[in-house]
Write a protein that binds this ligand. Structure first.
Ligand SMILES: [Fe+2]
Ligand SMILES: [Fe+2]
Length: 269
């Protein structure tokens, strides 16, 4: 199976690069499963039902979220009716939506996508390790052809720990949220593909996707300033590509994918 996960789509340019490139990526990489992190898709803050539909139409199979999940409040009413829109699993009981999408590809193979949120330098949520452990026990590899875990967090240490915690039980553990891609894509000893952060799909002439002048001014002056707006220059699409063995669901290949914008291009060779 061939899987692609795109890091946080930031604003219009982040959405547009993914929507524009996805048909070609699906074809040229022969992708079976495509996941995108959509927490910043709506002008940097949250996501809407219209954006979800546009992403699905472009060839996205599932959308994960994070700390910006509810910035567009209307999504709270929408999420229960869209099982492919996955919010962090370790929100308190009673939170709308689900932290797992367990579905089938067009060819019938079962897959599961899990979204969890880290806790270091983040909101205090329920234990993500216990929540992911329960989800992996409910959705074991083998019964599922592929399991993807998007672990949304700030600290590289916590994300690496989640990778090892899931090693051998997931096809891919990838970090999102930092909006900066890391260079450590590799297969863990137990066979799980791992990358600390996929980076964002957005304009890198920015401060993590937001217009740089007001973002820099906040650090320089320590005054609140205007609400941050997404940068609108050419976006880099940042993703991680994984190939798995169908017999085990474990990874045989993992590589970053970067296209367009300011970052050096990288095509999974
Ligand atoms: Fe984000
Ligand atoms: Fe985030």
């Amino acid at each position: 199976m061939r899987i692609l996960l795109c890091g946080d789509l930031v604003g219009r340019v982040g959405r547009e690069v993914v929507i524009r490139e996805m048909p070609r990526l699906r074809r040229e990489l022969a992708l079976d499963l495509v996941v995108v992190n959509g927490e910043n898709a709506a002008h940097g803050f949250g996501i809407t039902d219209t954006i979800c539909r546009e992403l699905y139409e472009a060839g996205v199979d599932a959308i994960t979220l994070g700390n910006h999940a509810w910035d567009k409040r209307e999504i709270l009413a929408y999420i229960a009716g869209d099982p492919r829109l996955v919010r962090p699993i370790n929100y308190p009981p009673g939170t709308p939506g689900s932290g797992v999408w367990a579905g089938r590809l067009r060819d019938g193979r079962k897959v599961a996508v899990i979204n969890a949120m880290a806790r270091l330098f983040m909101d205090a949520l329920d234990d993500p390790f216990a929540a992911v452990d329960a989800a992996l026990k409910a959705h074991p590899l083998g019964d599922h052809a592929a399991i993807v875990v998007d672990f949304h967090g700030e600290a590289t240490s916590e994300k690496m720990a989640m990778g090892h915690f899931c090693d051998g039980r997931a096809s891919l553990v990838v970090g999102t949220h930092s909006h900066v891609p890391t260079a450590d894509a590799h297969i863990l000893p137990g066979g799980t593909a791992y990358l600390t952060d996929a980076g964002m799909c957005g304009d890198y002439d920015s401060v993590i996707g937001m217009k740089k002048e007001p973002a820099v001014a906040r650090f320089v002056t320590k005054l609140p300033g205007d609400r941050l707006q997404p940068a609108e220059g050419e976006a880099t699409l940042c993703a991680v590509f994984v190939e798995t063995a169908d017999a085990t669901g474990l990874a045989t290949r993992v590589a970053p994918l970067r296209l367009g914008g300011r970052l050096p291009p990288h095509w999974p060779g």
